[in-house]
Ligand binder design. Structure first.
Ligand SMILES: [Zn+2]
Length: 380
C-alpha cells in the first residue's frame, strides 16, 4: 500500500536540503509544515538552545483512529560532513550521491519512511493507534537532540527508531558507552637548552596509550582513543595534552573495568617518569573525566514493539530478525528513560562516507513493515 515512487521523491527532496548537525533549521521547518499538512500538531522544541544549534527537535502527535497504545516513530534530521549541496543520483535500484558528498540516507531515509507511512494511513483511512513523531537534531555528535528532549511530551512507551542499515535487522540490543577526556599536565622546558627540566605530556600520553587495551576487547566490549590535542611548538617540551576516547560494552561490569583500565594507564605512565624541580621531585598530573554517554539498549522478545514488528514482517513477507549492534542511537536515550524502542534498518549502506547509498528494495520493505506494524499495534 506504500507508494514507493512518492516515498522515493520525498527522500530525494529531503536529501537536497542541507542539514549538517547544529544547522537543521531549514529541514526542521520543512518537516513541521509536512507534518501539519498530514494532520499532526507539529512543533519545534527548544533543544536548539541546549545543544547550541539553530533548530530544535520536531515533535508531532497524531490522534488515534483505532485501538492500541500510542506508538513512537523517530529518526534524526542531521547529517555528517561532507554533507552540503548533496546531489542524489538514481542508479538502478539504488540512490547514491554524486561522489563528492555523503548521501544523507542516514537518516533521511528514516524521515521519508515515516512521512510516507503517515500519508498512507491518512489517505486510505487505515485505523491506527495514536502516533507520536520525534525528529531529532544533533544525533551524530552524540545523541544530543534526544538527550535534550523533554520526555514528558511523550505518552508513547513503545516504538521505533529508523536509523540503521539492513532492512532485515531489528536492533534490540546495543551497548552502553562511556566517554573520557584525560588531560596530562607535565612541565614545559626549552627542548634544546634544558629538556631535562621538562616533563613531556605527549611522551606520557603516548606511553599510556601504548599500555592500553584498545579496539575489540571481547565479543561485547570495544574501546577507542579518537582524539589527541596538545603541544605548542617543536622546540618546547609540551606541558599539556588532552586525549579523548570511549569504551562500550553490553555488560556494565566490563564497561566499568575497561574505563578504569584506560584511566589507570595514564596514572601508571605518569608514575613512571619524574623530574627534579629544585629540591622537589615532580611528576605529571592526570586529570580524568569519565562520563556516561548513553545506557545500553536491551529489549526482550516480549517487548510490544518487537512483537508488532515481527508480526508485521510475517504479514508482509519481509525477512526481519532481532539483532545486536555495537552502535548507539537515539533509542539508547529513549530506553534509558524507560521507553521500549527498537531500531529498524532502512536500507542505507556505507554511511558516513561519500560512497553512501540507499537500497530501494530495502527502503520500500521497511516502509511496508512500519505501516503494517501500526496496524498490528491497533489490532491488539
Ligand atoms: Zn544515523
Amino acid at each position: 500500500m506504500i507508494e514507493s515512487e512518492r516515498m522515493t521523491e520525498t527522500f530525494l527532496t529531503l536529501a537536497r536540503i542541507d542539514s549538517p548537525s547544529f544547522e537543521e533549521r531549514e529541514i526542521a521547518e520543512h518537516l513541521v509544515a509536512e507534518l501539519r499538512a498530514l494532520g499532526g500538531d507539529a512543533i519545534m522544541d527548544d533543544a536548539g538552545k541546549a545543544v547550541g544549534g539553530n533548530a530544535g527537535n520536531v515533535f508531532a502527535r497524531f490522534a488515534g483512529t483505532g485501538r492500541g497504545p500510542a506508538v513512537l516513530l523517530s529518526a534524526h534530521m542531521d547529517t555528517v560532513s561532507p554533507g552540503r549541496g548533496v546531489r542524489p543520483v538514481r542508479d538502478g535500484q539504488r540512490i547514491r550521491s554524486d561522489g563528492s558528498t555523503i548521501l544523507g540516507a542516514d537518516d533521511k531515509s528514516g524521515l521519508a519512511i515515516i512521512l510516507e507511512v503517515l500519508r498512507t494511513l491518512r489517505e486510505r483511512h487505515i485505523p491506527h493507534p495514536p502516533i507520536e513523531v520525534v525528529f531529532t537534531v544533533c544525533e551524530e555528535p552524540g545523541l544530543m537532540g534526544a538527550k535534550a528532549l523533554h520526555l514528558s511530551r511523550l505518552s508513547a512507551q513503545d516504538g521505533l527508531v529508523l536509523d540503521s542499515g539492513p532492512a532485515s535487522s531489528l536492533f534490540v540490543r546495543g551497548p552502553a558507552a562511556d566517554r573520557m577526556e584525560i588531560t596530562v599536565h607535565g612541565r614545559a622546558a626549552h627542548a634544546g637548552v634544558c629538556p631535562e627540566r621538562g616533563l613531556s605530556a605527549i611522551h606520557i600520553a603516548a606511553d599510556a596509550i601504548a599500555r592500553m587495551r584498545l579496539g575489540r576487547i571481547d565479543h561485547e566490549t570495544t574501546a577507542n582513543i579518537g582524539l589527541i590535542e596538545g603541544g605548542t611548538a617543536v622546540n618546547i617540551v609540551p606541558d599539556r595534552v588532552t586525549v579523548r576516547g570511549e569504551a562500550r560494552s553490553h555488560d556494565e561490569a566490563k564497561l566499568a573495568a575497561q574505563s578504569d583500565h584506560m584511566v589507570r594507564c595514564f596514572h601508571d605512565a605518569a608514575a613512571a617518569r619524574s623530574v627534579r624541580a629544585g629540591k622537589e621531585i615532580m611528576q605529571a598530573e592526570i586529570e580524568a573525566k569519565v562520563t556516561r554517554d548513553y545506557n545500553r539498549m536491551k529489549l526482550g522478545e516480549q517487548a510490544p514493539v518487537v512483537q508488532w514488528v515481527l508480526a508485521a514482517a510475517r504479514h508482509t513477507n519481509a525477512p526481519v530478525k532481532c539483532e545486536s549492534t555495537g552502535g548507539g542511537c537515539d533509542a539508547n536515550i529513549f530506553n534509558s528513560h524507560g521507553l521500549r524502542i527498537a531500531n529498524l534498518g532502512t536500507g542505507m549502506r556505507e554511511i558516513h562516507t561519500t560512497g553512501e547509498y540507499l537500497l530501494l528494495d530495502e527502503f520500500f520493505q521497511t516502509g511496508r513493515v512500519v505501516l503494517s506494524m501500526l496496524q498490528q499495534a491497533a489490532s491488539r
